[in-house]
Design a protein around this ligand. Structure first.
Ligand code: ZN
Length: 277
């Protein structure tokens, strides 16, 4: 972990104009600088950089923030990696401090939760493509909604079986710990030895990725008619999933698409296909 004083030194040193200029050609306009936005298909210079506020902002797509945020988003880095990048650029010696015992436990728990989410992502994905129920209910639903194969693949969409504990019993059998399965929000129940059940059962699955591609949460849409059941279910906040964390800026978009159903995801597909060009 990088010590606080080093982080402060990096933030003080990083000049937004210099940082952005490594990737975007900037022209001075008044007190600010403008350039073509690297985060959307920009024809007019919409990307504004303010040296006095030391931030950047796109007035078309809304992307922007501090130098650290710009690097995270542009280079697809974690907060830690972006700080290291900036430290190198500004020749700042990075001092890392030892984690406390408490932090070590938390860190290994976080890692285990990412491993579980990774397993779940693959499990739901495989279920969608290879399980008869997954194919006939989940995959056919996506197809009917006009999802292209490459989009299903790109967003790593999946399906959770209707059976109450199909996912959890498989996960437990493979040795994943019950308390961590519950902490990720994939599994619920278990209080006073009550049976476990899969939170997302009978739903198509939308994984929520960080910018670096790790899965922090899931959203699920139910397909059968069930009056008493919420149409959309999302992972609860957890050690690895904070809806407010600034550096998971991608999440609100996914969230919206889950909340508003597939139409929003459709929009997202269009955005992504634009970016691919
Ligand atoms: Zn933009």
């Amino acid at each position: 972990m990088i010590d606080k004083a080093t982080i402060d030194r990096i933030h003080d040193a990083a000049q937004i104009v210099e940082v952005v200029s490594d990737f975007v050609t900037l022209k001075k306009r008044g007190v600010n600088y403008v350039g073509l936005c690297p985060f959307h298909d920009d024809r007019t210079p919409s990307f504004s950089v303010s040296p006095s506020k030391n931030i950047c902002k796109c007035f078309a797509c809304g992307e922007g923030g501090t130098a650290t945020h710009f690097i995270m988003k542009h280079e697809q880095l974690t907060y830690y990696e972006a700080l290291k990048y900036l430290a190198k650029k500004y020749n700042i010696e990075v001092r890392e401090r030892e984690l406390t015992d408490e932090e070590k436990i938390l860190e290994s728990e976080r890692e285990s939760m990412f491993i579980i989410n990774d397993y779940a992502r693959n499990y739901f994905k495989n279920t969608l493509h290879t399980n008869p129920e997954g194919r006939s209910i989940g995959l056919s639903y996506f197809k009917e909604r006009g999802f292209r194969d490459d989009i299903i693949k790109k967003f790593e969409l999946g399906y959770a079986l209707e059976q109450r504990n199909a996912f959890s019993s498989d996960a437990l059998r493979l040795g994943y710990k019950q308390d961590l399965l519950i902490k990720t929000g994939l599994v619920a129940g278990g209080e006073n030895n009550s049976p476990l059940y899969d939170r997302f059962r009978g739903r198509v699955i939308f994984p929520v990725h960080t910018l670096s591609g790790k899965v922090v949460a899931f959203g699920g849409r139910i397909l059968r008619n069930a009056d008493k059941t919420a149409k959309y279910v999302n992972s609860p906040e957890s050690e690895i999933y904070s809806k407010s964390a600034l550096w998971w800026r991608a999440i609100p978009m996914y969230y919206q698409c889950i909340r508003q159903g597939l139409r929003m995801l459709y929009l997202l597909q269009e955005l992504h296909s634009l970016q691919d060009k």
